[in-house]
Structures are given as C-alpha cells and as structure tokens.
Design a protein around this ligand. Structure first.
Ligand code: GLY
Ligand code: MN
Ligand code: MN
Length: 435
C-alpha cells in the first residue's frame, strides 16, 4: 500500500505558528552535474519537500498566513525541455495537484517577491546557503522598500533561519510521517534479511550491495537514503566504508549499514553477522557487549529523558565491555573520564532520523541536551571497532568491527522499535543464517 506524507498538514502546522507579519521563503536544492553534462538523479531539499511534496529542481516556496498562504514557483511547462528531462507539472499542476494558492514560473520569483514581501517584517530564510538566491532576495527587498515609501507597509527587517521553527516541527513526526517511516523500515528490513540469506564466503561485497538496493527499488523505495555500507572483516573498522568491493571470507563478520528511502524518508539500520553463519567465540563476546549497550540505551529512549542519556548509557556499557575484553584497564569511571574508550567507540550513539538520515533539529538548547518527546524518531547505534593493526588489543580481537543500529519511535510510554523484525541476537542470527 502506498502511503504519502500529508504536506498540507505540514504547511498548516507551520502557518499556525507564524504571525501575520511573518513569512517563510525557501529555494529548492540545486541540481548538480555528476560529470560532463550528465546529471545526478535529483533529490529535493528536505524542507521544501516537507512543505510541498514538490520533487523538481528550480523551485521556490513562499508561505505567509492569510487568505492565500501558499505560493509556489516552479519550472514552466516547456515541450522541448520535457522531451529531454521529463514531465513538468508546471504552475498549473502546482495549483491543481499540489494545492498551491498561487503558482508562477521560477523566472518570476524576484518580481513576485517584491509584492509578496509587502507587509512582512520577519522573514524565515536561510542566508548563506546559496549566494545567488541571497542576492536575488536582497534585490527584491530593496525594491520592496522603495515601493513601501508609498504604501507605508512593512518590509523585512528581521531574519530567522529555518532551523528555529521548521526543523523543530520536522523533529516531531505526525501520524502521516510515522506511517511513511514504517514503510521505509519495512523495506529496509526486507533488504537486510535478503542480505543475511545471500551472504556467504566467496560472495563480493558489491553483490550484497546490489541485492540490498534492488530490494529497496523493487519494494517501492527510491533507493538508499545514504551510501550503503557493506563491510566484510576489518573493513567494518572504517566507519563510512562505501567502496564495497572485497570478497567475503569465511570466519569474518559482515557489517551492513543500509536504509531505504521511501517518499524521501529514510530507514537507517545496521546489522553485523558472521559470513559463514556462526560467530567465533571472540566475535560473540564483542557482539554481546554491543548488544547490551544498545539495550542500555533503549532504557533511556523515553519522553522526558535528555537526548544525551542514550549516548551516555552506551558509552558506560561499552567501556565496561572494553575492560572485560582486555582492551582497557578499569576502573570504568576513569576510562570514561579520560576518554580512552574513544579508541574503540569514536562516534555518537545515534541521531534524529526522518527525511535526512541525520535529520534536521537541534540536539542542544542553550547548554542543555534537549528532552525527547513523543513523535521523535531516533537511531540507537552503539559499536565497537578494534583496528586490525592495534597491537595493544588481544590478538583474537583485532579486526573485529561491530555496530548494531535500530530506528526507534519515541512515544509516551515504551519506545517502538520500527526495525525490530531484523534478526539481532546471536541465536536469532545463527538460526536465520542456518536456513
Ligand atoms: N549510516 C549513517 C549513520 O548510521 O549514521
Ligand atoms: Mn545512523
Ligand atoms: Mn547507519
């Protein structure tokens, strides 16, 4: 079943929070070339998409509370261009299918802004992202100021980045977004299970990557929401290993970090399992510590807990594990205080998740970690990485890299693990691989 975000509801949530003399202006993301004159597949700006569902480049959105709050600037219909690069809804489609109260070709944006900015005192706009758009806006404001000498209307003299309002709204997912995230999680799970079935000694990492991304597309997703990581053996100790080109070896672990993007919302899941289907004893010992750390963090995935508590819980449990494994000498508190645990655990325990894999939204307000609220979606992803050339580590642990990552919906009670259906305990994984 196809689920769609409720873009009109997103606009309504934003407009409700704007004063009569406030407006929001966003420009679409640029469409970069891959090389020569061939293009990357276009990926819309997440803020623009969240508010409009518009998926084409060369666009701008203007929102202001009132009778006709939603203006969209888009690529005009153009028979010749459409033959080359695909169908365009045009301004008419923007009104009829995307609910715009007014729509214009993007070429008109400067002129129309002169009019739209009359009476606006505070503009929510991200200065510093795109020089050309900044200049276009400043020019329009200047012309609006001239016009205002006759009308005595306000023109913008206060500017607020979209992070203040828009990103705070994106942090709390509504029922529509939760449904979409469930679908992203479902497809992500299909792909991880397929990879677990297919991985075996002699397969190449790239074959597993292809299987994962084929599953994403087959199930209705856009593709991966970030660079798929298929890291056999010591490659797992490279956190963002995306080369995915080595042969998988018996006796090694395979770390897969892959998430499906669906309606531009992404899953983000990591599983680590034995290529040959059975953990060695040292691998199992490290694995159990990482799994216990994830459980320890889950206990703090509760509304009202500071965001940071999940990280602190994993750091403590992993550091205990490092001491147990002989990687560090205790006591635990000292090894946390002097940061020596960072040698084996050098990243955060998670992040907001949504349209962006590292989703918009501040983690800290003032100097304090933001409390979780129902509707947040977070990842929880502790890991342990023991470099193959770490001569201080016990020999049998060298080259082991393990991360376990799930996507959690914060609720008013227990968190809901959206990606729980992917084998995770040692016995679940070994049973699944044996099939
Ligand atoms: N795959 C990116 C991350 O886990 O943050
Ligand atoms: Mn992640
Ligand atoms: Mn990940």
């Amino acid at each position: 079943m196809h689920v769609r975000p409720d873009f009109a509801h997103h606009r309504q949530r934003l407009l409700e929070r704007l004063g009569a003399d406030e407006a929001v202006l966003l420009f679409g993301a640029p469409h970069p070339l891959r090389n020569g004159d061939s293009e990357f597949r276009y990926r819309p700006d997440s803020d623009v998409y969240w508010l409009t569902g518009w998926e084409q480049s060369d666009c701008a959105v203007f929102l202001r509370p009132g009778e006709a709050p939603f203006t969209l600037f888009v690529q005009p219909k153009d028979k010749e261009r459409e033959t080359w690069t695909g169908r365009r809804p045009g301004p008419e489609g923007a009104r009829e299918r995307f609910g715009a109260d007014a729509a214009f070709p993007i070429e008109k944006v400067a002129d129309e802004l002169v009019r739209l900015l009359q009476g606006v005192r505070t503009l929510h706009y991200a200065f510093g992202r795109d020089h050309d758009n900044d200049l276009l806006l400043l020019g329009a404001i200047q012309r609006a100021q001239k016009a205002a000498r006759k009308t005595f209307l306000d023109t913008p003299d206060g500017f607020i980045g979209p992070a203040r309002l828009l990103h705070d709204l994106r942090l709390i997912k509504g029922p529509d977004e939760i449904a979409v995230m469930r679908e992203a999680a479902r497809i992500t799970g299909e792909a991880h299970r397929a990879a677990m079935k297919e991985a075996r000694p002699g397969r190449n990492e790239r074959e597993i990557e292809a299987l994962i991304e084929w599953t994403f597309r087959r199930e209705g997703g856009n593709g991966p929401g970030y660079g798929t990581i298929v890291a056999g053996g010591p490659n797992a100790c490279i956190l963002h290993y995306i080369e995915n080109k080595d042969v998988l070896l018996d006796g090694d672990l395979l770390l897969i970090d892959a998430g499906c993007e669906y309606e531009l919302y992404t899953g983000d899941v990591t599983r680590t399992f034995p290529v040959g289907g059975k953990f060695t004893e040292p691998q199992r010992r490290v694995y159990e510590h990482v799994l216990a750390a994830q459980e320890a963090s889950f206990a703090f995935a509760r509304a009202g807990q500071p965001y940071r508590a999940m990280h602190d819980a994993s750091v403590r449990r992993l550091t205990e594990g490092m001491i147990d494994l002989g990687l560090l000498q205790g006591p635990v508190d000292d090894r946390i205080a002097d940061d020596s645990y960072r040698k084996y655990y050098m990243h955060g325990t998670g992040h907001w998740l949504g349209l962006d894999v590292h989703d918009a939204g501040a983690y800290v307000r003032g100097n304090t970690s933001r409390p979780l609220v129902a509707g947040n979606i977070v990842t929880v992803e502790p890991g342990l990485y023991i470099a193959p050339d770490d001569m201080d580590a016990p020999r049998e642990l060298r080259g082991i890299g393990i991360r376990i990552e799930d996507d959690l919906l914060i609720t008013d009670g227990e968190p809901e693990n959206l990606t729980r259906d992917i084998p995770k305990t040692v016995s679940e994984i070994e049973a699944f691989c044996a099939r």
